[in-house]
Unconditional design. Sequence first.
Length: 322
Amino acid sequence: MVNRYCFEALDRSLRDIMRTSPEGDPEKPFGGKVVVFGGDFRQILPIIPKGSRQDIVGAAINSSPLWRYCKVLKLTKNMRLQVGSAESDVNEIRQFSEWILEVGDGLASGPNDGVANIELPEDILIQPGLDPIATIVESTYPSLKDHLGDPRYFTERGVLAPTHDVVEVVNDYVLDQIQKEEKVYLSSDEISKEETNSGVRELYSTEFLNSIRCSGLPNHSLKLKVGAIVMLLRNIDQANGLYNGTRMEVNHLGNRVISATVISRSHVGSKVYIPRITLTPSDTTMFPVKFERRQFPLADCFAMTINKSQGQSLSSCWTLSS
């Protein structure tokens, strides 16, 4: 989501540009030009590294003084859900859509001061039983062992979770259900040659670098099995569908290359080969030093974070709360 600082920077740029135009008015927002912003304001707030709640809310686009000059146009009809729906289902879909909007607007439980209890409909809940992980996995992947090797079975199935810790717990559980030999790949981590501080290499041990976990970077220890579902974490070959977020089913585990079949997006069924590559964290501000990790750019993906699921098409999907 665009934050207020980009929003205001665009305003300043357009005002400067329109100073030399007879049609412009630099005293008006955006130099008098009509600007259209598109987006879903119910999605996540702007990310402010190490920011407080106030910092994050303050960076939202509607916290800008310019927001009062904007006119909000809302799309109210969910065209995607109604495509192919039977006439008897349209009313049910409409009611569900209205309920989702009420949750987003904070109106689902009546007037409140920002804190409220929302009762979820029974038909969208799974009764957890004794083991909630086992229950949600069985609901999402029924008869898992009978469908190993069938990419179509996994194409539109997935478990969503809010944090990486919960994702790893689910992935480890499902991987244990696959009765095949497990192979563990360990990364090679080192301080980047671009690091200018000569004493850094002695300060940070290899064990410390191995322990670092972050979004977009594979773990030091990567556990895989033939038949496992994995997600690519880097853009490798976009022309052939190998880009960040592509889901694949593992076919063969080699020492230097992993063979897999693409099961998502536009290249479903393609056979691909994934090599080890040298990776660096995408957000370098989160770490005290520059370091590199040589590892397969993959992560187990029977479950994924809610943010990572954007762009995926899942017809059988359950969300596990933390």
